[in-house]
Design a protein around this ligand. Structure first.
Ligand SMILES: CC(C)(COP(=O)(O)OP(=O)(O)OC[C@H]1O[C@@H](n2cnc3c(N)ncnc32)[C@H](O)[C@@H]1OP(=O)(O)O)[C@@H](O)C(=O)NCCC(=O)NCCS
Length: 157
């Protein structure tokens, strides 16, 4: 992992890098520890190849501790996936990654960020509220297998 983009300000040893295929073993472990229906390796590979997808990993001493995947289309950012390794949660890293993304978008003239979150995912909802997202809608039974609604959230950059 050589293409360090930036150091996350308050966490001196933690850097943001572009995700590579060689990160996927570690990314998949975090993914599987994070979601009831984790993405597959092919799901991540598809995003690595998609021209509008920005795939970031947060690394500490060459270990992946989190990742953020979003699409950047015209003036809009759409968040697809954000997860932190379970032992590195609640340390401000998720918020830092989102702040990094907001800066990234602002520098490129982007105006707005969007996401969907499971209604039962309290940790993520709190994080998004704390980083300025507001609820803009609700999709009934969007996660069909659990019959769980999705909340739509948005934030101006
Ligand atoms: C949701 C997730 C990304 C949060 O990342 P994180 O690095 O732990 O979040 P941060 O430490 O930056 O938290 C920032 C704020 O969010 C809120 N928050 C984060 N986790 C929380 C939790 N478990 N319970 C309540 N509030 C929480 C708090 O307000 C927190 O600020 P505080 O610690 O000063 O109180 C992480 O829990 C995770 O990886 N979950 C599994 C994957 C997931 O659900 N992703 C989101 C999909 S939409």
């Amino acid at each position: 992992m050589t293409s360090t983009i930036d150091q996350i300000a308050s966490q001196e040893r933690v850097v943001v890098e572009h995700m590579r295929e060689s990160d996927l073993d570690q990314v998949l472990l975090i993914e599987q520890a994070s979601y009831p229906r984790p993405w597959t390796r092919n799901g991540f590979k598809t995003e690595l190849e998609r021209s509008c997808a920005i795939n970031l990993v947060l690394c500490e001493m060459d270990q992946v501790v989190g990742y953020l995947i979003f699409w950047a289309i015209r003036e809009e950012i759409y968040i697809l996936n954000l997860a932190l390794r379970p032992d590195r949660r609640r340390q401000g890293l998720g918020r830092n990654l989102l702040e990094y993304m907001f800066d990234w978008g602002r520098k490129r003239g982007m105006r707005r960020a969007f996401l969907e979150v499971r209604v039962m995912n309290q940790a993520a909802r709190k994080l998004y509220e704390k980083t300025g997202f507001v609820m803009t809608g609700r999709r009934k039974n969007y996660y069909a297998e659990e019959k769980e609604d999705a909340l739509l959230m948005a934030r101006n950059l």
